[in-house]
Design a binder for this molecule. Structure first.
Ligand code: ME8
Length: 507
C-alpha cells in the first residue's frame, strides 16, 4: 500500500464570513495531516474556496459588482484564515481557477459519454442557503404552511429545464460500497444514517441550472451551468490533477483519500460524490469522516441570531494554540460541541498552564539555575525512568491506533496522561531535596524530565504546532523535522537551554 495520503477539508463558501465551523473543520483536518506526517506518511493536504452558485451571484448583484471581484476579495479572507490558523495545507484551490473548471468539465464529459446524464425538467424544492434540492418528506413544515430545511433555511419551488444524473441507478452499488467497506463512512452512527437514506430510495439528481449564470458552463450545452455541488466536489480531484489526462505525479495521492467534512454535507460526500465517480469509471475516496456541529453557549449558531463566533477574535484574545487545543480536546471528534468562554478558560488554566506549562517551567528553570542551562546526561534507567519510557512508547503505539479511528480527543487525553506522569515523577523525586543529598540522582531526574519534555513537544505538534516548536527551542532543538523517527533519534542531554519563558498565560 502506498505511503502517500491525501487529506482534504471542505472548501469554504466565499459568501460567508469565517466562523468557528470553518476553523474547526480546518484545524481538525490539519491535526490529522500533521499527525500522519509525524508518523512518517507522505501527506498532501488541501483546502480552498467554493465560489459559484446563486448565493454568490445574488450577493454580487446586490453590491453591483462582478461576481469574480467578490470572489477574489472573499477568497483572500479565507486564504488569510489558513495562515492565522497555522494550517499545513500544501494547496489552496479556488473553483474559479482554470485547473478546476477543466477538471469539472472533464468529469461532466465522462458522465455524459457514459450516458449517465439526460435532459429533463426539474420541479421541486430548492434551498439557496444550502444550495441543495430537497424532497418534501425531508423538509420541516412551518405553522404558516411553508417549509424549512433541517438547517433552518427557507426553500423555494423551482421549475426549470435541467440535466439529471442517473443517481437512482447507483443505489445498489452504493449500498454494496458501504457494506463491503465498513470504514468508508465514519463514525458508525453517521454511516447508518447514510445507509438509511439510500435505502429509502434515491431520485435522479438535477445537475444543471439555467435560471442564473454564475457557474461552470456544461461542456455539452452552453445554456446550462453545472449544479454547484457537482462543480465543487471535483475540487478534491482537481487538486491532484486526477481529472485530466496528464502524467502528473500528484495523481499518486488519489490512491488514499480521506475527506473530513461537517455532518451537514455528509450526504453530498458519501452519496453523490462516490456515485459520480463510479458512474464515470473513476476511483473513489478511501474514507469520509463527518464531524459534529458547534453551538454557542448552548444556542444554535446563526447569522440571524447574531451569535456567530469569530475565530479571529478568540485567537486575538486567548491565543492560537489555546484555541486549537480547546477545539480538539473539548469534544469527541464526530460529536456536537458547545463553545463557551468559561470552558475555554478552564482548559487553558488547567491543562495548559497547570499541567504542561508548569512542568516545563519548573524543571527547565532548575536546569537554568543549577546547571548553567546545560541539560545533564541520563546516567541511570531505574524503575521509575523505565516506566516513563514505557508510558511515552504507549503514546506512540496507542496514539497511532486512535488516530486511525479519528479519536483525536482520546489521543490528546493519552498525551496528557503522560504529561501528568512526568509531572508526578518530578514531584515525587523532589529534586530540590535530592540536590543536597544525592547529586547523581538529582542530575538524572533533571535529565530524564528534559528527555520526556522533548517527547511531549513532538506529541503535541499536531495539536499546537507553535508551542511544540517553542518547547523544542527551549531545550536547544532548532529546525527539527517533525517525525516520531526524529523524536526517537534526537538526544537532548548536553544541550544548552535557551532563555526560559512562560509558554501560556493564566487567564
Ligand atoms: O459546506 N460547527 O462550505 P461552508 C461545525 N462549500 N462545523 C461547521 C459549522 C458549525 N457550526 N458550520 C459550518 C460548504 N461548519 C461547501 C463545501 S466541499 C466540496 C464544499 C462546517 O463554508 C461545514 O460542515 O458552508 C463544512 O465542513 C465547513 O464548515 C465549511 O462550510
Amino acid at each position: 500500500m502506498s505511503n502517500k495520503y491525501y487529506i482534504t477539508t471542505p472548501i469554504y463558501y466565499v459568501n460567508d464570513k469565517p466562523h468557528i465551523g470553518h476553523a474547526y473543520t480546518s484545524v481538525a483536518t490539519d491535526f490529522i495531516a500533521r499527525f500522519m506526517s509525524l508518523r512518517g506518511n507522505d501527506v498532501r493536504f488541501q483546502t480552498g474556496t467554493d465560489e459559484h452558485g446563486l448565493k454568490i451571484q445574488k450577493a454580487a448583484d446586490a453590491s453591483k459588482i462582478d461576481p469574480i471581484h467578490l470572489c477574489n476579495k472573499n477568497s483572500q479572507i479565507f486564504r488569510d484564515l489558513t495562515v492565522t490558523l497555522n494550517l499545513s495545507n500544501d494547496d489552496f484551490i479556488r473553483t474559479t481557477e482554470k485547473r478546476h473548471i477543466d477538471g469539472a468539465s472533464y468529469l461532466w464529459n465522462r458522465l455524459y459519454e457514459r450516458d449517465q446524464i439526460y435532459l429533463g425538467e426539474y420541479t421541486g424544492w430548492y434551498s439557496i442557503s444550502d444550495e441543495t434540492f430537497y424532497n418534501e418528506k425531508d423538509l420541516i413544515k412551518q405553522d404558516d404552511g411553508s417549509y424549512k430545511t433541517v438547517t433552518g433555511g427557507p426553500v423555494e419551488w423551482i421549475k426549470e429545464k435541467s440535466y439529471f444524473f442517473k443517481l437512482s441507478e447507483w443505489s445498489k452499488k452504493l449500498l454494496d460500497l458501504y457494506k463491503n467497506n465498513p470504514n468508508f463512512v465514519n463514525p458508525a452512527s453517521k454511516r447508518n444514517e447514510v445507509i438509511k437514506f439510500v435505502e429509502s430510495g434515491l431520485n435522479d439528481l438535477s445537475v444543471s441550472r439555467t435560471s442564473f449564470k454564475w457557474g461552470i458552463k456544461t461542456p455539452t450545452d452552453v445554456d446550462h451551468i453545472m449544479y454547484v455541488w457537482l462543480d465543487a466536489l471535483t475540487c478534491y480531484a482537481n487538486g491532484v490533477d486526477y481529472l485530466d489526462d496528464s502524467k502528473s505525479h500528484l495523481k499518486e495521492y488519489w490512491k488514499n483519500v480521506i475527506h473530513i467534512v461537517g455532518k451537514d454535507i455528509l450526504r453530498h460526500h458519501a452519496i453523490y460524490w462516490p456515485a459520480f465517480l463510479m458512474a464515470a469509471d473513476l476511483d473513489i475516496p478511501t474514507k469520509i469522516f463527518a464531524h459534529g456541529w458547534w453551538t454557542n453557549e448552548g444556542n444554535k449558531i446563526s447569522k440571524s441570531i447574531g451569535n456567530v463566533i469569530d475565530p479571529i477574535e478568540i485567537i486575538n484574545e486567548y491565543g492560537l494554540d489555546q484555541f486549537r487545543y480547546f477545539l480538539l480536546r473539548e469534544v469527541p471528534f464526530g460529536n456536537d460541541g458547545d463553545f463557551s468562554k468559561e470552558a475555554l478558560i478552564n482548559r487553558i488554566n488547567s491543562d495548559l498552564v497547570n499541567d504542561l506549562g508548569n512542568l516545563c517551567q519548573r524543571s527547565l528553570t532548575m536546569i537554568e539555575k543549577k546547571r548553567d542551562s546545560i541539560i545533564p546526561m541520563i546516567t541511570k534507567y531505574g524503575e521509575h525512568e523505565k516506566s516513563l519510557k514505557k508510558s511515552s512508547e504507549t503514546v506512540l503505539i496507542e496514539g497511532s491506533e486512535l488516530i486511525n479511528e479519528f479519536r483525536i480527543h482520546e489521543y490528546i487525553k493519552l498525551v496528557w496522561v503522560h504529561i501528568s506522569r512526568v509531572n508526578k515523577y518530578f514531584n515525587d523525586n523532589k529534586p530540590w531535596e535530592l540536590e543536597k543529598i544525592n547529586e547523581e540522582e538529582f542530575l538524572n531526574v533533571l535529565a530524564t524530565t528534559a528527555e520526556q519534555i522533548k517527547n511531549i513537544a513532538f506529541f503535541i505538534n499536531p495539536i499546537m504546532p507553535d508551542t511544540s516548536k517553542e518547547i523544542l527551542k527551549l531545550i536547544g532543538i532548532i529546525d527539527a523535522s517533525f517525525t516520531f523517527d526524529t523524536m526517537n533519534r534526537t538526544n537532548v542531554n548536553g544541550n544548552k537551554l535557551s532563555k526560559i519563558k512562560h509558554l501560556f498565560k493564566r487567564v
